[in-house]
Design a protein around this ligand. Structure first.
Ligand code: PMP
Ligand code: GLU
Length: 397
């Protein structure tokens, strides 16, 4: 019998992917499951991007590409960074990968040594922890609860840093909470980081455009920490291109070269057709996204309004992304039909079985008091889902 590696055995399955797979299976069995488990826009990729991909095939962009991405794509990304974020990256500071997920893995593998500590503010996106573990790093979780809009403070960051700290990973807007760090909040974190120049920070900005409030702010905008920060972004969310698999980083030259070296051995870079299509996305004025953002904005209001009608559910007001992360701990200890809810996983299973709504337990994101609802679904579907959730929760006593 073949024994799998300890590395693999220590790895958790992605809870977001596991839950969406489960709801696919239930649907295949004929169950009327509503899946609010996966963070995936329900919009189609815009036609002008698809047209660029069609031309790429016609024009025979079918060979291996430069490992960090076509030069003109990296130029387009550099322009996008300048236009949207006022960040200056040369093309040799940009690496294009097979999704932002791989971008993050590349960075972690590039900078973390066995036993190095990696600060991860919780709630966090599920894959950060597993990526760090595979890099033999030690995740150091810094908890931020709903009372601080799920954001950590500079003091908390300072306290978590030791001489072993090598990396920090966080997202703004945040998956799963939708919280958005303001310029002042980022400056306060930068004030701490600048005192520890050995720490690299991954600032995951993949939800940049799905932002309902003020202008998106990047951590790398501060010159004194620019060299420490790796800005991660991608086309999956804003451009509804989850299946195309393209993410990218802006980083200092050394980290960029390291990431390129890694993927030179692992993937040889991402799909040539996708890269040509991504040039069209990078060149487009983000103003074309305004209808999609407005649609997400009204869905957010709908879901929050419905949640706030349910006794015991506590919410923050997410400033971005397309998730709400309500605190549902009020229901822990309550029962229905012989089933007692002890935690977020039990509640997610209860809602799947009782309400036929799939969502993800907060435990997977580092906050067991919460559950994550992805509202990347139509208002009609969301209205039905929220009705089912309310009815099911009201059965618990
Ligand atoms: N970061 C965050 C915060 C995410 O939610 C996701 C989910 N798609 C990713 C990175 C990875 O995105 P992708 O690999 O599809 O580019
Ligand atoms: N990032 C999305 C989510 O959190 C997609 C699934 C995944 O890549 O984990 O649901």
């Amino acid at each position: 019998m073949i024994e799998l590696s300890e590395r693999l055995q220590a790895m958790e399955e992605s809870a977001t992917i596991a839950m969406s797979q489960k709801s696919r299976e239930l649907k295949a069995e004929g169950k009327d499951v509503i899946s609010l488990s996966l963070g995936e826009p329900d919009f189609n990729t815009p036609d002008f991007i698809k047209a660029a991909a069609n031309s790429a095939i016609k024009d025979n962009y079918t060979n291996y590409t430069p490992v960090p991405g076509y030069e003109d794509l990296r130029k387009a990304i550099a322009n996008k960074f300048k236009r949207d974020n006022d960040l200056h990256y040369a093309t040799n500071q940009i690496v294009v990968s097979t999704g932002a997920k791989q971008s993050i893995a590349n960075v972690s593998m590039s900078v973390v040594n066995a036993g190095d500590e990696v600060i991860i503010p919780a709630p966090f996106w599920v894959s950060y922890i597993e990526i760090v573990k595979v890099s033999e790093g030690v995740p150091v979780i810094v908890n931020a609860g709903i009372d601080t809009d799920f954001k950590i403070t500079a003091e908390q960051l300072e306290e978590a840093i030791t001489e072993k700290t090598k990396l920090m990973i966080f997202s703004t807007p945040c998956n799963p909470t939708g919280s958005v760090y303001s310029k002042e909040e980022l400056r306060a974190l930068a004030d701490v980081l600048v005192k520890h120049p050995q720490i690299v920070v991954i600032c995951d900005e993949i939800y940049e455009h799905i932002n309902f409030g003020t202008r998106h702010e990047s951590l790398a905008q501060f010159d004194d920490v620019y060299n420490q920060v790796v800005t991660v972004n991608g086309v999956s969310k804003a451009w509804a291109m989850t299946g195309w698999r393209l993410g990218y980083i802006g980083a200092n030259k050394e980290i960029a070269a390291a990431c390129s070296k890694i993927q030179g051995q692992f993937t040889s870079g991402t799909c040539s057709i996708t890269q040509r299509a991504a040039i069209a996305a990078m060149d487009a004025d983000p103003v074309v996204l305004k209808d999609m953002i407005a649609a997400f904005g009204s869905r957010r209001t709908l879901v929050l309004d419905k949640l706030n009608e349910i006794e015991g559910v506590k919410t923050n007001v997410p400033g971005g992304a397309f998730y709400v992360f309500p605190d549902v701990s009020y229901f822990y200890g309550k029962s229905f039909n012989g089933t007692t809810i002890e935690n977020g996983s039990d509640l997610a299973m209860f809602l799947l079985n009782e309400a036929l709504v799939a969502l993800v337990t907060g435990e997977a994101f580092g906050d067991p008091n919460c559950i994550r609802i992805s509202y990347a679904a139509s208002e009609k579907v969301l209205t039905e889902a929220m009705k089912r959730i309310k009815e099911a929760l009201e059965k618990l006593s």
